[in-house]
Design a protein. Structure first.
Lengths: 275, 273, 393
């Protein structure tokens, strides 16, 4: 039996190696003094200095984060309003219709989202660029926020609302003092998920970005088509660190939420669509 | 009070409803509309007729489904034992976190890593040449495409299976052993049927995106593998034939719906006479 | 007492016991035997040097509070756990390393462990089908088992459609369908309501007697244990505190724990002045225990139902009624004696609060417990002076 267990550990070990090898490979070579992802020419930070003097890349990093921040902020606001609207709906059938509509963008392949948004922007005569990318990112982030906020609302103790009313709270006081504090962990989680989705998105952006504007994913795509450049490795390492920090942050807020709510939060993954 | 409640609902609905109309309903209608019109905007079924009469498109669709199926099977075969073994570990939540961590890394970067690993002068070839195997082009082949796609999809398969396995009362495994079933019989007759919802969710999470992949086909597959996703991208951004692109999009949506119907979690389907 | 005389008494007692067919001295091979079995997780010793023998065809109960090691013993028998040291024997053969599925025993789990993806029939058929029985034989077997637990109408039901009591029955039928030689039951009745539990106690006992196989029943409910068992093992802190028939355990608790855990007890400190004379609450009382050192410190157990309230002049002790509550067939009375000791008394008549009354009891109702007496010493002492009594008669 112990032999069997060791065999199992061996299997798990190799799966983990498979999962992490490409990532470690990227990180290790970002410190290579040579210019290709093979052979080790010694340790060097030259690709990092290259990266930091590459103004084009830096600009793209800034605009990528700007898009992520703006889109997740706006999506959080609209998504929360949507969640409140759906929550307040009395009619089950209507509620289900709204829920299904809400989930369409979640299950659609990114290619479809990208292509249909491209048609939409063209039909409306909207110029492709920063604004179209921002709008697209807001659009696909809203259902994520709704999905994170709605369970919080449904778990909310009905008697708090009733007692707030009983104590004479008006509508606005009810929302700001009672409902928002209760659902704020959900909004925060939704904001965070939207942020990472936006950072990660390639396919939708690729369709609606036009010629003048680029995000990191699209930039890496076009550079990777031209071949290997260790500057990208350096960039990957930085992004890896950022991802780690984001995950850490997310776990801190979600475990805090669990402590408050005594409810196990499932691990959530970014979309796997549109690779 | 009722009046203000109505106003409040309206206040919520304004931004959200606008989003629903503009970015959910309108794009879908536009996509359908595009697929049913000519370049001049006249109604036609020509695009569908073209699609279904063309050997190239049908073969492409078949290939896309076939590769998505292969990717799904490969990830399932690797992921099920992984999820099963992970579930037996003491610190299983921690190890699961380690499985999920790679999904937070931009997938372009992960794909990019494989370009370095698999290229003709890349690490894998260098390693193989140690054993006297002549370096060969590993990139731009069907196999490299399958490898990278499976690599990226594995965590999305492991997670739902792990969750469904973790929900199974460990007592059931004990009970099965107690009744005389060995490990394998227990797995086959108790654990596997009970983890079926997870397997289905995993298939859903892998098969649908695999149908629509286009980035990996370009970077790793070297255009040898054309999926429905690649075809859509090609028609929209390269050949600018949006009508046909939309037609393929609609077909992709239909394929997606079919997959979801097949992998639906039928909770109360078991009724005996 | 002369050694020769003692030996003679022991032999007499032994013969008497054998003639009465007491379990402990049966010569045939026990169906399950623990030899110095221990189980530890790191430094945490869950079971300490357990020795026990179970005879085929009897209803055994492992009784103790949670964490006492009773379920651990069950899991060692079934094979879900393996010993750290010592041996477990089944019909005389060591089975330490025999995997769960190869043991001729089946378990009824506390939460039943029914397979939710199978019907009642499929659950019960699981064991026989693993064994490779033919479809026809399986059907016969399942029907037989479901009839035994009175569920033959429910074969095609989903598990989720059953009530708690019905699930319980399915679990029993499923475990019995494998024709086990030993049926292990891990607190199977704890999830049922009071009435259903009583009913199942009776039925389980009946099933055991009808099938004639060995039952090992784990519970923390002393009433349940006393009602169902042929033989009880009382456990605490990973040690068997006492084992014996329900009557033995109730009437002669070996130590404070057993006296407190089984039934209600008044436990007091006292001194055994000489044989048959015990001193507590400042008075000497005649009793029936012997075999201790002169003036040995002991604990006294008096059961509430053995105490009677009487007129002051007839009382062995004088107490003041502090509290009383009606319990249907008796009054539960709390009384305080002049030393400040609290007494629980079960009385048939109503009393008045603050009334001073006499408290009385018979010499044989005084149970003496020595400190740190092992079970073997306890048995030996009991046999020795009881033998003496017999000889004196």
């Amino acid at each position: 039996m112990s032999r069997k267990f060791k065999l199992g550990n061996l299997y798990l070990g190799s799966v983990f190696v498979l999962l992490y090898l490409p990532i470690l490979f990227l990180i290790v070579y970002s410190f290579n003094a040579g210019d290709v992802m093979q052979g080790w020419a010694g340790f060097s930070l030259k690709h990092y200095s290259e990266l930091f003097s590459d103004t084009r890349i830096l600009e793209i990093v800034v605009s990528t984060f700007l898009i992520a921040l703006l889109s997740s902020l706006l999506a959080s606001i609209i998504g929360t309003a949507g969640a409140l609207y759906i929550y307040n709906l009395k009619h089950t059938v209507v509620k289900n219709i709204f829920l299904s509509l809400n989930n369409i963008l979640l299950v659609s392949p990114d290619v479809i989202i990208g292509a249909s948004f491209l048609i939409l922007f063209t039909v409306m005569g909207f110029a492709l660029g920063f604004t179209s990318v921002l709008l697209a990112h807001i659009a696909f982030s809203i259902p994520i926020v709704v999905l994170m906020v709605l369970p919080r609302l449904q778990e909310m103790n009905q008697s708090i609302v009733a007692s707030a009313k009983d104590l004479g709270a008006n509508n606005w006081q009810m929302i700001s003092r009672v409902i928002l504090p209760v659902i704020s962990p959900g909004i925060l989680a939704g904001f965070f998920m939207a942020f990472t989705y936006s950072l990660d998105d390639f396919a939708v952006t690729f369709f609606v970005t036009g010629n003048g504007f680029t995000t990191l994913s699209v930039e890496i795509y076009s550079r990777a088509r031209q071949g290997v450049s260790l500057e990208i490795n350096a960039l990957s390492t930085m992004m890896f660190v950022v991802s780690l920090l984001l995950v850490l942050f997310y776990y801190v807020i979600s475990t805090r939420a669990v402590k408050n709510k005594k409810r196990s939060t499932r691990l959530v993954l970014p979309a796997s669509e549109g690779l | 009070m009722p009046k203000s409640k109505k106003q409040r609902q309206l206040f919520y609905l304004m931004p959200y409803g606008l989003w629903l109309l503009l970015f959910v309903i309108a794009p879908l209608i536009l996509l359908l509309f595009q697929s049913l019109t000519t370049q001049n905007g006249q109604f036609t079924l020509h695009n569908y007729a073209l699609y279904f009469s063309s050997g190239t498109y049908l073969l492409m669709t078949f290939n896309s489904v076939w590769y998505a199926l292969l990717i799904t099977i490969i990830t399932l075969v690797i992921s099920y034992p992984t999820a099963y073994l992970l579930n037996q570990l003491k610190q299983k939540q921690f190890w699961l976190l380690l499985v999920i961590l790679p999904t937070w890394i931009n997938l372009l970067l992960k794909t990019y890593a494989f370009i370095g690993l698999l290229s003709k002068t890349g690490t894998v070839n260098n390693f193989m040449s140690l054993f006297g195997i002549v370096p060969q082009q590993l990139l731009f082949s069907n196999w490299s495409f399958l490898l990278v796609a499976a690599y990226i999809e594995i965590p999305f398969m492991i997670l739902p299976i792990f969750n469904s396995l973790a929900e199974i009362n460990p007592r059931l495994e004990q009970a099965s052993r107690d009744l005389g079933a060995n490990r394998w019989q227990t797995l086959r007759r108790v654990i596997m049927p009970l983890s079926m919802p997870g397997i289905k969710a995993g298939i859903q999470a892998v098969f649908i995106p695999s149908l629509s992949l286009f980035m990996i086909t370009r970077l790793i597959g070297g255009n040898r593998v054309i999926t429905l996703g690649t075809a859509i991208e090609e028609h929209f951004l390269v050949t600018q034939n949006w009508q046909l692109g939309s037609t393929i999009g609609i077909i992709l949506i239909v394929a997606m719906v079919i997959t979801m119907i097949f992998t639906r979690d039928r909770k109360h389907s078991r009724k005996r006479g | 007492m002369q050694p020769v005389k003692l030996c003679a008494f022991l032999v007499t007692i032994d013969l008497l016991i054998k003639s009465e067919g007491w379990e402990l001295t049966n010569i045939s091979t026990p169906i399950i035997e623990f030899k110095n079995v221990g189980l530890s997780y790191g430094d945490d010793e869950v079971l300490k040097n357990i020795d026990l023998e179970l005879e085929a065809g009897k209803f055994y109960t492992l009784l103790g509070p949670s964490g006492s090691g009773k379920t651990t013993i069950l899991n060692l028998i079934s094979g879900q756990l393996t010993v750290t040291h010592g041996d477990i024997l089944f019909e005389g053969n060591i089975i330490n390393d025999v995997p769960v599925e190869k043991r001729h025993m089946n378990t009824v789990f506390q939460d039943y462990g029914l397979f939710p993806n199978m019907t009642v029939f499929e659950n019960v058929a699981f064991g026989p089908s693993i064994k490779g029985m033919s479809k026809k034989d399986i059907k016969t077997k399942v029907t037989e088992m479901l009839t035994l637990v009175k569920l033959n109408q429910y074969a095609d039901r989903e598990i989720t459609e059953l009530s708690g009591g019905q699930r319980q029955r399915v679990a029993i039928a499923r475990a019995l369908a494998n024709d086990p030689e030993v049926l292990l039951l891990d607190e199977p009745l704890s999830a049922l309501d009071y009435k259903l539990r009583k009913e199942m106690q009776y039925e389980l006992r009946e099933i055991q007697q009808r099938l004639g196989i060995t039952f090992v029943f784990v519970t923390h409910d002393q009433e349940e244990a006393l009602a169902m068992s042929d033989w009880i093992f009382v456990m605490n802190d990973g040690v068997i505190q006492q084992n014996g028939s329900p009557e033995d355990i109730y009437d002669e608790p070996i130590n404070h724990f057993v006296a407190d855990f089984i039934g209600e007890s008044n436990i007091l400190d006292g001194i055994m002045k000489t044989d048959y004379l015990v001193h507590f609450t400042g008075k000497d009382f005649e009793n029936v225990d012997a075999g201790m050192r002169p003036n040995e410190r002991v604990e006294i157990v008096l059961r509430p139902e053995d105490l009677d309230l009487t007129a002051i002049e007839n009382g062995k002790l004088i107490v003041t009624i502090a509290d009383q509550s009606f319990r249907g067939d008796y009054y539960e009375i709390t009384a305080i004696d002049d030393d400040g000791n609290e007494w629980q008394v079960q009385a048939t008549n109503k009393s008045k609060i603050d009334e001073r009354v006499g408290l009385t009891f018979d010499p044989e109702d005084i149970h003496i417990m020595r400190f740190n007496e092992s079970e073997n010493d306890f048995d030996a002492r009991l046999e020795s002076y009881e033998g003496e009594e017999d000889a004196e008669k």
